[in-house]
Design a protein around this ligand. Structure first.
Ligand code: ATP
Length: 929
């Protein structure tokens, strides 16, 4: 086939009006084999990658302007304009300089934050199943080309515009394209050419979601040529960066602004009334306004959150919306899946029970070579795999969609590990799945469904049709009427014995599947009713899925952090309890609550049970929503994991919805707040730790920044009210604000998460940003700034020093106090020397840059001229250092006193002091309502 004669532009083709064969012929593709790889490569070069061209965001200038059009900054602009009108060119120049630098810093940082978040969004690009050269494989959907044959399955996103060729019960949610909120049922029949888009039942459109069923289809348009690609506005925008906290801060900033302006107006009035020169009094009022405004605060908040989101991505948790970073810090309960999240999801069959006999299976992982099936009762390998044992193994190999792949010396799998383990079992027994499949070709399939907890396939053999099924014992056993004996003869079913065996295997921690078969009339398609009665029981298979080692330590860390871990699984209660014990989620002797029991409870009973039980088994996905609601009604902040389509409501309801990046469906990822790229429970724990660290850094930044503005504001206010000379001019205050915010404050965003954050209880979500202790601390620093600046300033004047020099002393004092205070703020409770000195090199870089800038401010003649400063001598520096040192010491004493008080009251030990508690002796965490 040649690309030149393959039409690659879909120019107004009515795919929906053509028969499936016509569409396939048009694209020169065999629907049974798909495109050849080299042909797909040629088409990719011609059509380009299957992704929409990025839409134009706001221009650089627009983004820069958006930094300036903020209330706090606009006040500066107005002050600058007024100052310019009054002919104070230097002052006006510096004010505009501050505005510009603030805007540039905000612009660069926010740009980086946005880019990082956008990159994270791209990291979640979808995979799709494509048929190439007769082989089904997973492919990044950007590699799709027109003519590719793709498989669509429930939970996945339709990767491009597709004309459906065949399918079963396919339903797609197309709201993104058509606005229709109900899922649309699809089929393959051709439609009239004028059928509107929303009614084209035989098409799947790129970007929409498959919510049920499965289908095969041929790609007819990719990238910008798709219907979604044409509507530029629909393309996913960069994630939202407004969080409840930033909103709260924005509101705080507005209130602060009003207060500051009112105070400035009052100052002006008082100044004039006291007989001050209106011009000078006005400049002082401007100084008050600009000094007290924390311009950089809103931008800094977003930056701290975005940096936190970046750290989480490094630890394999991709944050889909920024508020999740805040909420993570207050999580009190994690509800986790079992398979793959808490366990390895590397299944190995350990035992087969068939024909009333138990068979042990050896070997490790997916390596099928070399190990024969052994009987427990007899020594030596089984000579012959026959009777019920053989049928059980055959059923497992045929009712199966997984594949074993031999790469180098390694065996890997494609598909569901549970099914892959059954293929390995068949090979160990000397049965090859390909031989079986050609002897018993598959005619139909009822896919696995977590609500049905079973799957079936239909096979043709010597003119008859055989159903092979596998699934949960409780679901399939009641539908069986007989069983096979050792020799493969049908005998009456001994349901009690089968149940007892299943229970025994489950209590050993094995995941147990029942295998069944039935003979169906020829030509009858498979329906779920076929799994409801008339089945022949073949045998049980017990597989081992070891707990993840890192999950064990992560569960322990969560318990230490006052977070309860609950396992919610579709698996058998016995298996669930056994695994939960290995992970220390459940105490010895505690029982799993089953989905059936949950179904019978009313809401108040449910609330009691969720407060106590830690293991929930045989839970259907729909029941997860009730569990989340009951936990929330108990006042818990809930993180819930999920991967399937039916998990989406629970993920949305949870405070933190956690989707699996590898095994998860698109629908689940869409509904989640964070996506784990490794599906590992330990990653949730890491994200919570990171979330707590981010919160700490936000608080540290605020605690550092408030006294700076408060201290300066107080200095100006006091001097005006007292009618004395300003110790700092407006210009000097602006210099100070600008340099310290950029060179010092920002560096706290890079502070690594403190040791011991996972040893303290979760933060109540409604708790105020700053507690009483921290408010006292900011006032203490403000007082040092006020007293120190006035004291040293007046002292210098009394000693006959020129005004310039006295003011330089006050300015330098502010900067030195802020620099030392920065080191105090690296930990809010531990002494600054206990924080790793070089664990945040940015603090040192910032402090050194600040020192250099301040030396220039003090000694470089050009700066002296602009800022009206003068060189200081050693004695004056010593005075400054003494006051700043005393301030730093006072803060450390304040921390120490706080820790002491907390330890004495002993109820709320300080961070880092609380030993981890075992779940068994730990009372359920309580939270204020
Ligand atoms: P978790 O919910 O923690 O991921 P799980 O994987 O056991 O645990 P489900 O996937 O809902 O939960 O499976 C529920 C039950 O369905 C399993 O215990 C098993 O009996 C059965 N089952 C699982 N996978 C298959 C499959 N591929 N084919 C047939 N039955 C299956």
């Amino acid at each position: 086939m040649n690309t030149r004669d393959a039409p690659l532009t879909p120019a107004a083709m009515h795919w929906h009006a053509m028969q499936p064969q016509e569409v396939a012929a048009h694209w020169r593709v065999d629907p049974q084999r798909g495109l050849a790889e080299d042909e797909a490569g040629r088409r990719l070069a011609a059509s380009g990658p299957n992704r929409p061209t990025a839409i134009r965001g706001p221009s650089a200038l627009e983004r820069l302007l958006s930094q300036i059009v903020q209330p706090l900054v606009l006040v500066l602009v107005v002050a600058g304009v007024v100052t310019a009108v009054l002919g104070q060119w230097v002052d006006a120049g510096v004010i505009f300089g501050v505005v510009l630098i603030n805007a540039i810093v905000g612009y660069v940082q926010e740009g980086r934050a946005q880019a990082a978040l956008a990159a994270l969004a791209c990291a979640l690009a979808t995979d799709t199943t494509v048929l190439r050269a007769g082989v089904r494989r997973r492919l990044d959907s950007t590699g799709l080309v027109p003519g590719d044959v793709v498989a669509l399955a429930a939970g996945e996103r339709v990767p491009a515009d597709v004309r459906l060729l065949s399918g079963r019960d396919l339903q797609a949610a197309e709201a993104v394209l058509t606005g229709e909120s109900e899922p649309v049922a699809k089929n393959t029949a051709a439609l009239p050419a004028d059928t509107p888009l929303a009614e084209r039942r035989n098409m799947g459109y790129g970007g929409t979601l498959v919510v049920a069923g499965q289908a095969m289809g041929v790609v007819v348009a990719t990238g910008d040529a798709t219907e979604t690609g044409r509507i530029a506005g629909l393309i996913v925008q960069a994630p939202d960066t407004v969080t409840p906290l930033t909103q709260r801060m924005a509101r705080f900033a507005r209130q602060l602004l009003i207060a500051i302006l009112a105070l400035a107006a009052l100052t002006f009035a008082v100044g004039v009334w006291r007989g001050g020169v209106p011009f000078e009094v006005f400049m002082a009022a401007v100084a008050l306004a600009v000094s007290a405004i924390p311009e950089g605060l809103p931008a800094a908040m977003t930056i701290v959150l975005a940096i936190g989101a970046g750290h989480m991505a490094h630890r394999r948790a991709v944050v889909r919306c920024l508020p999740a970073v805040e909420t993570l810090g207050s999580t009190t309960v994690i509800c986790s899946d079992k398979t793959g999240t808490l366990t390895e999801n590397a299944m190995t069959v350990r035992e087969v029970w068939a024909g009333s006999r138990a068979f042990q299976v050896g070997g490790h992982g997916y390596n099928p070579g070399g190990i024969a099936t052994e009987r427990t009762e007899e020594t030596g390998p089984v000579a012959q795999v026959a009777g019920a044992l053989r049928e059980t193994i055959v059923a497992g190999a045929l009712c199966n969609n997984a594949r074993l792949v031999h790469q180098g010396s390694q065996w890997t799998i494609q598909g569901d590990p549970t099914e892959a383990a059954l293929l390995v079992l068949a090979r160990k027994a000397g049965l090859d799945e390909a031989d079986l499949a050609s002897a018993l070709p598959r005619r139909d399939e009822l896919p696995f469904d977590p609500t049905r907890q079973a799957m079936a396939t239909l096979h043709e053999h010597n003119g008859s049709c055989i159903l092979y099924g596998k699934g949960a014992v409780e679901k399939l056993l009641p539908a069986c009427r007989s069983m096979l004996d050792e020799n493969g003869r049908e005998v009456p079913l001994d349901a009690q014995e089968v149940e007892a065996q299943a229970l025994r295997m489950a209590s050993e921690g094995l995941r147990v599947l029942a295998l069944v078969r039935a003979i169906l009339p020829v030509g009858e398609p498979l329906q779920s009713g076929h799994l409801a009665s008339g089945l022949v029981f073949l045998g049980l298979v017990g597989m081992m899925d070891p707990p993840r080692l890192r999950a064990i330590t992560a569960v322990r860390a969560c318990h230490g952090a006052g977070i309860r871990v609950k396992m919610i699984t579709g698996d058998h209660p016995g298996t669930a309890s056994a695994v939960a014990r290995q992970l220390s989620i459940a105490r010895d002797g505690s029982r799993a609550v089953t989905g059936r029991e949950l179904a019978q409870m009313d809401e108040s009973a449910l609330r009691r049970v969720v407060a106590e039980a830690d293991v929930f088994a045989r839970v259907e996905p729909e029941q997860k929503l009730r569990l989340v609601r009951a936990l929330q009604a108990n006042g818990e902040v809930v993180a819930m994991t999920g991967d399937g389509v039916n998990d989406a409501p629970a993920l949305k309801q949870a405070d933190i919805g956690v989707a699996m990046g590898l095994a998860g469906t698109e629908v689940a990822k869409e509904a989640a707040d964070i996506v784990l790229t490794d599906d590992n429970f330990a990653t949730i724990e890491a994200a919570i730790e990171e979330g707590r660290g981010v919160w700490d850094n936000l608080v540290k930044f605020i605690v550092w920044t408030l006294p700076t503005n408060g201290g300066e504001g107080l200095v100006v206010l006091t001097s005006i009210l007292a009618g004395v000379t300003l110790p700092m001019t407006p210009l000097q205050i602006l210099w100070n604000n600008m340099t310290t915010a950029v060179l010092l404050g920002m560096m706290l965003a890079f502070e690594p998460t403190e040791r011991g954050v996972m040893l303290r209880p979760p933060r109540p979500p409604a708790a105020p940003l700053l507690d009483r202790d921290l408010i006292v601390r900011t006032l203490l620093v403000s007082a040092f700034m006020l007293g120190g600046a006035f004291g040293l300033f007046e002292l210098a004047l009394r000693q006959g020093q020129p005004l310039e020099q006295a003011r330089t002393i006050a300015c330098d004092l502010f900067v030195v106090i802020e620099t030392l205070y920065l080191f105090n703020c690296r930990s809010l409770s531990r002494p600054f020397w206990a924080v790793g000195a070089f664990s945040n090199p940015w603090v040192w870089a910032g402090a050194s840059a600040m020192l250099a800038a301040q030396l220039a401010f003090t000694y470089v003649p050009a700066f002296n001229r602009i800022f009206h400063t003068a060189a200081l001598d050693m004695g004056q520096w010593l005075g400054i250092l003494a006051v700043a040192g005393a301030c730093a010491l006072a803060i450390e004493l304040h921390k120490y006193a706080g820790n002491l008080r907390r330890n004495v009251t002993a109820r709320e030990p300080s961070p880092g002091c609380r030993p981890p508690t075992k779940p068994a002796d730990r009372p359920p965490p309580t939270r204020p309502a």
